[in-house]
Design a protein around this ligand. Structure first.
Ligand SMILES: Cc1ncc(COP(=O)(O)O)c(C=O)c1O
Length: 394
């Protein structure tokens, strides 16, 4: 079908949920996407930090092919082989001993919220409130929208789930003021992604852990964006030398395949049968893919590459900031943000798109780079050529 026809279908048949450019993507390979008109795009968004091994990596393609020939779906009522091998590998390589597999980030966060409330019900006389942070993003289900600190969500789809209060990010006294007898957990992203790459301070996270221990409150890390090697360690909590009680993962965990997980400490193995689940939980295809992605991350030098390439990008951005409108360069590994002094983020993204580069602007001034963890120096150089072309001088 030609592009014009495809775009007519897009306009007439899809329930509109977001603004998309008039481009239809046909193919992805490594760091590049290709559209139906034959245009090529250098991808520094990676499906929003999803395609950790690049587009259509052989590990993911082979895992899908092999598993599809063996077992696509059994039933969530049975164990399956890749589920158990994967559960073993992911827990052995984290500080958690239990895992629940599902399909998307919001579903994982809902699971974490339910687990925290169950903990409150069992151990804290029914405490059910959760403190999250301002400007945070935890998903688009009604409960995860309620948990998110995004102001644009506040008045939408009321009534939302009750029981969330929002502390100022990186501010311990703001958090302390919100703790009550009803509090069962604190939930946050160690690096706020959608808010424009806001890094939690080390002292803040350490203090948070101490307070949670003292008050018997669970600490939940939403590592949907920061997990699976993105920050230069397998999990971002390792960067802070702190262990959360619960961690959620999605995005990079499946290398592009829908997959998410809730990981928890042993004392939180407290759901009764039927309280948590879903048709596609621990679905064999997803399990085989997740296992293949994790094996690659553990053995392939990919995470080391992430740290190295991240430093190269940050150094170059810092040096460009002397001449160009770039400021506040920040990030960890390959989750990098900077602000633009003059150009609006969305305009900058569009200009780069016209030059075949995909980047993202999560906030009005903030630009975010989150390429595949396998990005190479020559692709970084190509990205900077386009950035420089579109940046205003100071
Ligand atoms: C930190 C964080 N949590 C949760 C989500 C929601 O994940 P999903 O879109 O897979 O539901 C996102 C997605 O951007 C995210 O960045």
């Amino acid at each position: 079908m030609d592009t014009r026809k495809l775009l007519q279908i897009a306009n007439k048949k899809l329930l509109k949920v977001t603004n998309r450019p008039d481009i239809v993507i046909r193919k992805g390979k490594g760091m590049y996407l290709y559209d139906t008109e034959g245009n090529k795009y250098l991808d520094f968004v990676a499906g929003w930090a999803v395609n950790s091994l690049g587009h259509s990596p052989k590990e993911v393609a082979n895992a899908i092919k092999k598993q599809a020939k063996t077992l696509v779906n059994a039933s969530p009522a049975f164990f399956n082989e890749p589920m158990l091998e994967y559960a073993d590998l992911i827990t052995e390589n984290s500080c958690f001993s239990r895992v629940f597999f599902c399909s998307i980030g919001a579903e994982a966060n809902e699971g974490a919220i339910k687990l925290a409330r169950k903990y409150g019900a069992v151990f804290k006389k029914g405490a059910s409130d959760i403190i999250t942070t301002r400007n945070s993003f935890h998903g688009r289900t009604l409960t995860t929208m309620a948990a998110s600190g995004k102001t644009a969500f506040e008045k939408l789809f009321e009534p939302k789930t009750k029981g969330f209060s929002k502390a100022k990010f990186n501010d311990i006294s703001s958090l302390k003021k919100l703790i009550t007898k009803q509090t069962c957990a604190v939930m946050l992203e160690p690096i706020q992604g959608e808010a424009g790459i806001n890094l939690a301070d080390r002292d803040y996270i350490k203090e948070l852990r101490n307070i949670c221990d003292k008050e018997n409150i669970l600490l939940i890390f939403d590592e949907i964006q920061t997990g699976m090697g993105r920050t230069g360690k397998l999990f971002c909590y390792e960067q802070y030398d702190v262990e959360p009680d619960i961690m959620t993962l999605a995005k990079g965990i499946g290398g592009g395949f829908p997959l998410a997980a809730v990981l928890a400490k042993e004392n939180l193995n407290i759901f009764e049968p039927g309280e948590q689940g879903g048709t596609y939980t621990a679905q064999p295809l997803a399990m085989a893919v997740g296992l293949a992605v994790l094996k690659k991350l553990l053995t392939g030098g990919v995470i080391e590459n992430c740290s190295k390439m991240g430093s190269i990008i940050m150094n170059e951005l810092n040096s460009l900031s002397k001449e160009y409108e770039i400021e506040n360069v920040r990030g960890m590994g390959l989750l990098i943000g900077f602000d633009l002094q003059k150009t609006k983020g969305a305009d900058f993204v569009n200009k780069c798109l016209k030059n075949g580069l995909l980047i993202n602007a999560p906030q009005e001034k903030a630009v975010r780079l989150m390429p595949a963890l396998t990005v190479r120096e020559k692709e970084i150089a190509e990205m900077f050529t386009v950035l420089k072309k579109n940046l205003e001088k100071k």
